[in-house]
Design a protein around this ligand. Structure first.
Ligand code: FAD
Length: 466
C-alpha cells in the first residue's frame, strides 16, 4: 500500500481522513467519525460490502434487507453533513487499500469489531496503512467495556454472567456519548458502487413486505424508538418483558446490531430517564445490555462460537439422523405446538421474535426434535434482522447447554407450560396462528414427554464424556 497521489499526499493538510464504517451505521457517538472531523482534514466515508474475505460469514437475507435501508439512511445523514458515503464491494483488505491509495489518504479510522476473522483483517489493514506512512486508529464504540478489560481476579475471562456483570459495573463507567459532527469537510470523491447494485434486497420473490411494515431502519428511527421506550415502556419492562403478547421490550436489538445506536447512548439515556417510578425496569433493561456484552466478550474469546461447542464434551452428543420434514415444519411454524408455531411465523414475517419465544423454539428444536443447535442458529442467522455474530450463537449454545453459563441440558422447556404461563390468554399465539382455536390446527408432530425422555437419554452420553 502506498500513500499519496498527485496534489494531495499523506503529508498535506488536504489529504483526507477515511472513516471506514462497519457495524456502526450512525453519525452520533461515532468515535471514528468524530476523530476524522476533529482532524480538520477532508473526510471520506467508506462502507465495504465484503462477502469474500476468508472467515467472513455472508449475511442472511433479513440482515441484508436491513443493511440496505440502514446504509441508505446513513448516506443521507452523511450527505447532509457534507461527506458522501462511498460504497464498494469486495475483500476489505484489498478494497480499503485501493481507496486509501486512490484518495491519497493521510489517515484511516474505524470502530472496533470483535469476531476472529474481522480482527485479523483489521490488524492487517492497520499494519499496511501504518507501514505506508498513514495514521491508522481504531476506537472502542460498539461495546460498553472492551473484552480485555474485564477479567477475573486471576486474569482470565469470565465464564459466568453474574460475576461478569458485577465486574463490569465495578469498572470505570462507559463514557458519555459523543455528539454527531455538524459539518464535515468534503473530500474529492473516489468511485463507488451504487447501493442498489449490491443486490441486498429480495426481488424474486420479494418476501420483505412484513419487514417493511414492521421496521424503519436508520439512526433517526432508532433514536425515536429509544426515547419512546424510555418514556412509555421501561417502567413495566421488568414485569412484562417475558410476556410476548405485550409490547414491553425495547425492540432495539437490530439498532444495536447495526450500530444505529451505540450502547453508550442507550446506557446514558436510560440512566437519565431513571426515576422512582421506573428504577426496577431500568435496572432489568440495563442488565440485558449486560448479556449483550457477555455474548460479545465470549465471541472475543471463542471466535468459533457459531460452529464449535464451548463445552467440548457436547461434541459427543449423539445427534440422530436429521428428519428433514421435522426441520421444515419448524421453519414454517407448522409443528402443531402453538407457541413454537407463533414464534416461527413471527420471525418469518417480521424478522424478529420475542426473547421468551426464542428460548422456547430453540429448546423445542434441540431437545424435542433432537436437531443440532447449529441448524437452528443458521436459520435464525438467515431470518433475523438482528442476526448477530455474538448474540445468536451465544444464545443457541446457551439453550443447547453447551455454552457459557448455559441452561443445564436437563432443563427442557415444556412449550405448552410456557404458553400457559407467559401467554395465558393466548393473545400472542392467536395473532400469529389464527387457526389455533378454530379446530383447524394440526396435532403436534412429536410427543413432548417421549422426546424429552429421548433427549435426556442422549444427554447421558455427554455426561459420560465429562
Ligand atoms: P430487550 O429485552 O429490550 O433487551 C435490550 C437489548 O439487550 C437487546 O436489544 C439486545 O441487544 C440485548 N439483549 C437482550 N437479551 C439478550 C440476550 N439473551 N443475549 C444477548 N443480548 C441480549 N439477540 C440479538 O441481538 N441477535 C441475535 O441474533 C439473537 N439471537 C438469539 C437466539 C436465541 C436462540 C435466543 C434465545 C436469543 C437471541 N437473542 C439475539 C437475544 C434476545 O432474544 C434479543 O436480543 C431480544 O429478543 C431482542 O429484543 P429487544 O431488543 O426488545 O430486547
Amino acid at each position: 500500500m502506498s500513500a499519496g497521489r498527485s496534489g494531495g499526499g499523506a503529508g498535506t493538510a488536504d489529504a483526507p481522513a477515511v472513516v471506514w464504517f462497519r457495524d456502526d451505521l450512525r453519525v452520533a457517538d461515532n468515535p471514528a467519525l468524530r476523530a476524522a472531523a476533529d482532524s480538520g482534514r477532508p473526510v471520506l466515508c467508506l462502507f465495504v460490502f465484503d462477502e469474500e474475505s476468508a472467515g467472513i460469514r455472508p449475511l442472511g437475507g433479513a440482515a441484508r434487507w436491513w443493511l440496505h435501508h440502514s446504509l441508505a439512511a446513513l448516506a443521507d445523514d452523511l450527505g447532509q453533513r457534507g461527506a458522501p458515503l462511498i460504497i464498494r464491494r469486495g475483500p476489505a483488505q484489498r478494497v480499503v487499500a485501493d481507496v486509501l491509495r486512490e484518495a491519497g489518504a493521510a489517515a484511516v479510522f474505524w470502530n472496533r469489531r470483535y469476531g476472529g476473522a474481522e480482527r485479523r483483517i483489521d490488524e492487517a489493514i492497520k499494519s499496511a496503512a501504518r507501514a505506508a506512512g498513514m495514521e491508522a486508529t481504531s476506537f472502542a464504540a460498539n461495546l460498553l467495556f472492551e473484552p480485555w478489560t474485564i477479567r477475573t481476579g486471576s486474569g482470565t475471562p469470565f465464564s459466568v454472567y453474574t460475576p461478569f456483570w458485577r465486574a463490569c459495573l465495578a469498572a470505570p463507567p462507559p463514557r458519555k456519548p459523543l455528539p454527531a459532527p455538524r459539518e464535515l469537510r468534503r473530500a474529492s470523491p473516489v468511485d463507488g458502487d451504487a447501493l442498489d447494485d449490491l443486490g441486498l434486497l429480495p426481488t424474486a420473490p420479494d418476501w420483505a413486505g412484513g419487514l417493511r411494515e414492521a421496521w424503519e431502519p436508520g439512526e433517526k428511527a432508532a433514536r425515536r424508538r429509544l426515547v419512546e421506550f424510555l418514556d412509555e415502556d421501561v417502567a413495566r419492562y421488568r414485569d412484562d418483558r417475558d410476556t410476548p403478547g405485550i409490547a414491553a421490550t425495547s425492540r432495539l436489538s437490530p439498532r444495536l446490531r447495526w450500530g444505529e445506536l451505540s450502547p453508550h447512548e442507550v446506557w446514558h439515556a436510560t440512566a437519565e430517564a431513571r426515576d422512582q417510578t421506573n428504577a426496577a425496569g431500568a435496572s432489568a433493561f440495563v442488565s440485558e445490555l449486560g448479556w449483550r456484552e457477555f455474548a460479545h466478550h465470549t465471541l472475543y474469546e471463542h471466535p468459533d462460537l457459531a460452529t464449535v461447542n464451548i463445552h467440548r464434551e457436547y461434541d459427543s452428543f449423539p445427534w440422530p439422523r436429521l428428519h428433514p420434514a421435522a426441520l421444515r415444519a419448524w421453519h414454517q411454524g407448522r409443528t402443531g405446538i402453538p407457541l413454537v408455531d407463533a414464534g416461527m411465523r413471527e420471525l418469518w414475517t417480521t424478522g424478529i421474535m420475542h426473547n421468551r419465544v426464542r428460548m422456547v423454539v430453540a429448546s423445542f428444536l434441540v431437545k424435542n426434535l433432537l436437531v443440532d443447535w447449529r441448524r437452528g442458529e443458521q436459520w435464525f442467522w438467515d431470518t433475523l434482522v438482528d442476526a448477530d455474530a455474538a448474540n445468536n450463537p451465544f444464545n443457541w449454545q446457551w439453550v443447547a447447554g453447551s455454552g457459557a453459563d448455559a441452561a443445564p441440558y436437563f432443563r427442557v422447556f415444556n412449550p405448552e407450560l410456557q404458553r400457559t404461563k407467559f401467554d395465558p390468554h393466548g393473545d400472542y399465539v392467536r395473532r400469529w396462528v389464527p387457526e389455533w382455536d378454530t379446530g383447524d390446527y394440526p396435532e403436534p408432530i412429536v410427543d413432548l414427554a417421549e422426546t424429552r425422555r429421548a433427549a435426556l437419554a442422549a444427554f447421558d452420553v455427554v455426561k459420560k464424556a465429562r
